[in-house]
Design a protein around this ligand. Structure first.
Ligand code: SF4
Length: 422
């Protein structure tokens, strides 16, 4: 029996507007069964695929391949008219699951599938299309296929996967995790406050609760404790961002290194400096550390801009920009896209801090689009930064995690959020 699909109470819309971004930007992984099925469709290497193999090996142990790409980085099945040849010739249902699922992210949470979305898709970031509930039938089908592909079966508590550890194992149950998620969502939906304060409150809760050994407590004790902590955090978090101390030089250097990672584009038509080899990348990393002069073009869609421009405050966000950020963070947190199964197995609190770091990076990067209305600048920055959230394995490497941990434990993360909200 498949688990139900759960939508968060967030106004999020989406429909494919055939921009072709996903077919040009991403490496699509296919299972062995999908590869065999597509090969059996009888593609002519020369006439259909410009003389290329349709697949390249990816992970032999798991029987995975990736779709091959052309010189311009577009998928080998993408036609000159920007349409998927598999779709055109054999129907939508015959495309690889990953292509059909994008930009949705289905996360098994307790006894349901939660629906997240990738804002790296321009239509998702711009909230264009039908309400995502309209895609329920397809989502239910994808969820069943995903469970089958990953070999997920119901556990004794009814869930498909164990809950992500809060900090380390032994762990609390799904019920307790969801209580904490509700508290975080309460902070994130509080429209009387700017998003920067809402996220600083989430971080304050993380830092207050991290040392607690919740697994030793009864469920009711945990619920009471979480409520008390939430009230304390609400009362004690500094309201005015100008009253929060500025980030130190350590925080700034680690921030720019993280920003370099979140703004880079390694393949596709928007590929930036990383496409020019290791030496160019090394020099770019040095310039990000110095933080002076022109910012290296890590991504073709980022305008030419200096680090000094990016450090110039632009004042509080507009109401529209705040709404976009609320939609983004509510979906990411509510669908648990920041930890566990959806994010390289990161523990809950660590994943939350890693997600919170995207806010100062978004605010900083949106300053590069100074000629655009504030909400459009935020959407541009979101499509670039979210490309990495939950999908760039470098973010989960030991080295990166150490950098993020230093930022969080030294209190630099909250300082950066306040600093770049100016
Ligand atoms: S198979 Fe089709 S939908 Fe998938 S990436 Fe290639 S062209 Fe796009």
């Amino acid at each position: 029996m498949t688990l139900p699909i759960y939508h968060l109470p967030v106004v999020q819309n989406w429909d494919c507007h055939v921009c072709g971004t996903c077919c040009q930007e991403y490496r699509v992984t296919v299972t062995e069964a999908e590869r065999l099925r597509i090969e059996a469709q009888g593609w002519d290497r020369e006439a259909d695929l410009a003389g290329r193999e349709p697949f390249l090996p990816h992970d032999a142990k798991r029987g995975l391949s990736v779709l091959n790409h052309r010189d311009d980085d577009s998928c080998v099945f993408l036609s000159d008219a920007g349409r998927c040849r598999i779709h055109e010739r054999f129907g939508y249902e015959t495309k690889p699951l990953a292509c059909r699922l994008f930009p949705f992210v289905l996360v098994p949470v307790a006894e349901e599938w939660r629906v997240g979305i990738r804002f790296a898709c321009p239509s998702a970031a711009a909230n264009k299309g039908r309400a995502i509930g309209a895609h329920n039938e397809s989502l239910a089908e994808f969820a069943a296929k995903l469970a089958e592909r990953e070999g997920l079966t119901r556990r004794p508590d009814g869930s498909l996967t164990p809950p992500p550890p809060l900090e380390r194992r032994p762990n609390v149950e799904w019920k307790e995790i969801l209580q904490i998620v509700e508290v975080l969502l309460g902070f994130l939906r509080n429209r009387r406050q700017p998003m920067e304060l809402r996220l600083r409150r989430c971080l304050a809760l993380a830092s207050a609760m991290r040392p607690l050994r919740l697994e030793r407590l009864e469920s009711k004790q945990i619920r009471d404790l979480v409520e008390v902590m939430a009230r304390t955090v609400e009362q004690e978090t500094t309201i005015e961002p100008s009253m929060v101390a500025a980030p130190t030089w350590v925080g700034r250097i680690l921030f720019r290194q993280a920003a370099a990672l979140y703004t880079r584009k390694d393949h596709g038509p928007k590929r930036g400096l990383p496409g020019r080899g290791r030496w160019a990348l090394f020099r770019a990393a040095c310039r990000f550390s110095r933080g002076r002069g022109m910012m290296p073009r890590m991504h073709q869609h980022i305008p030419v801009v200096s680090f000094e421009d990016l450090e110039t405050p632009r004042g509080p966000l507009s109401v529209e920009a705040e709404e976009i950020l609320e939609r983004y963070y509510t979906l990411k947190v509510g669908a648990l896209q920041f930890c566990g199964a959806a994010s390289f197995g990161l523990p809950f609190w660590e994943g939350l801090e890693s997600l919170a770091l995207t806010l100062p990076i978004l605010l900083w990067l949106s300053r590069a689009y100074g000629d655009r209305p504030r909400h459009e600048a935020v959407v541009e920055a979101l499509t670039i930064v979210d490309d990495h959230v939950g999908f760039n394995p470098v973010l989960a490497t030991r080295r990166q995690r150490l950098g993020f941990r230093i930022l969080a434990r030294r209190g630099e993360l909250a300082r950066l959020i306040a600093w770049y909200s100016r």
